[in-house]
Design a binder for this molecule. Structure first.
Ligand SMILES: Cc1ncc(COP(=O)(O)O)c(C=O)c1O
Length: 418
């Protein structure tokens, strides 16, 4: 079992009291709190090595080392073949638009691009733009409305020899569904298309393995997995080397510099490496046995153990929450609501209550020091598909590993009060 109290001690943000009470942070889908070591790494970078990279003097050499360590850490976190396939940028959205400029140049009239109705718009709009600019046709993967899972039959119906690009999320930031992205990538590749996976929402909840997924690109964002505001994009080496990249002329053609435009957020990268260190150290001390992962060693093994342990704890939270919701029929849980199916979702819950506006519900929770978000959460295709866009979307309660069973129970009581 996860020692949540010990882990929470590492997160100073969780201990900031409001009206004498500890808040419950259910806002993680919009950004998690960070452990002290991330704060320390950022301060230390700015204090001791603040400069540009690639110089011949001490602080620049230290900057190079820190930046390299962030690439290596992320490669381990997502099981990428090599560190120079990891690209950093401002956030996932900017990196995805950047890549979509290049993908647009490879598309032509008659090609098809496949996107889903379950995704955050950052994994939809860039591809709509690429299709619009190139004359490619956009096809949509629909959802099963009853549990907000992706409709794989619909995916197969829309996949054809004309499909050039498929974009899918690993988990929904609105309703929490985990998608069978490995199957989608495999079938997309078989049809001759490239596969892009948005792992932003999934990243704090479980292990990511780009090689097992079989995707061509995968994006995530460090501020969702206990790090600072930095975006991450992984691409298959041959694609990163061959695709036309938008870059300034003196920039190197060698990876990763070919894709990382302008000066990076160096202090942020120091924080990214520290966030991965946090997870690694946690995995090193985890009771879960590494025997389950005979192919992994070192940091990759420790990270896999950490993320597996996180997943187990979060499933306990999900079961507790969903059992509680089953006793509160005044609320509707959108998405998988069956406590026996928690392995198919992350603990991100989208709720509505009759005609009450989700914004109003979030305000009532905020008065009780429970921090949540409401609205379409940028998953606008989802709220439109479910007929909720005009009604203010959802109330979203997003749990992560630093949340406790006690917090689930306090949240359920607060939902009774409001
Ligand atoms: C699933 C998903 N994809 C993409 C994004 C966009 O990420 P970023 O803020 O790094 O651009 C978000 C942000 O909430 C998200 O939840």
């Amino acid at each position: 079992m996860l020692d949540v109290q010990a882990l929470r001690q590492q997160f100073p943000g969780l201990h900031r009291k409001q009206n004498g009470r500890l808040p419950i942070f259910l806002d993680a889908p919009a950004g998690t709190q960070v452990p002290q070591r991330v704060i320390d790494a950022i301060v230390s970078y700015l204090t001791h090595c603040n400069t540009n990279h690639g110089g011949v003097f001490a602080t620049s050499r230290q900057s190079d080392e820190i930046i390299d360590s962030a690439h290596a850490a992320l490669a381990d976190l997502i099981h990428a073949p090599s560190a120079d396939e990891i690209l950093f940028g401002q956030n996932m959205t900017s990196l995805t638009f950047h890549l979509s400029r290049s993908i647009a140049k490879t598309l032509k009239l008659g090609d098809q691009v496949l996107v889903s109705r379950l995704d955050h718009d950052a994994n939809v709009a860039p591809w709509l733009l690429a299709a619009h600019e190139s004359g490619a046709e956009v096809r949509w993967i629909d959802i099963h409305q009853e549990d907000c899972t992706l409709d794989l039959d619909d995916f197969r119906k829309n996949l054809s020899a004309r499909t050039r690009f498929v974009a899918v999320g690993l988990a929904s930031n609105a309703v929490g569904t985990i998608n069978d992205a490995a199957t989608i990538c495999r079938e997309a590749k078989k049809a001759g298309a490239l596969a892009f996976v948005d792992a932003v929402h999934f990243a704090p909840h479980g292990a990511i393995d780009v090689q097992a997924l079989g995707c061509d690109f995968l994006a995530c964002s460090a501020y969702k997995f206990f790090g600072p505001h930095v975006g991450v994009l992984w691409g298959r080496r041959e694609l990163l080397e061959e695709l036309p990249a938008c870059k300034v002329r003196p920039a190197t053609n060698v990876l990763p510099g070919r894709w990382m435009t302008g000066t990076q957020n160096h202090e942020g990268l120091a924080g990214v490496a520290a966030a991965v260190e946090y997870l690694t150290e946690f995995g090193r001390h985890c009771p879960t046995s590494g025997v389950a992962f005979p192919d992994l060693t070192g940091r990759r093994l420790e990270l896999r153990v950490a993320m597996t342990s996180i997943q187990e704890h979060e499933r306990t939270l999900s079961r507790e929450f969903l059992k509680g919701m089953a006793e509160r029929p005044q609320y509707k849980v959108w998405g998988i609501a069956d406590p026996t199916r928690v392995a198919l979702r992350v603990p991100t819950f989208a709720l509505t209550r009759g005609d009450q506006s989700p914004h109003h519900l979030a305000e009532r929770l905020a008065e009780r020091q429970i921090y949540s978000w409401s609205g379409n959460l940028y998953a606008i295709e989802v709220t439109e598909r479910l007929g909720l866009e005009q009604r203010g979307g959802f109330l979203r309660l997003g749990f992560v590993h630093y949340n406790t069973i006690h917090e689930v129970q306090r949240t359920l009581s607060a939902l009774d009060e409001i």
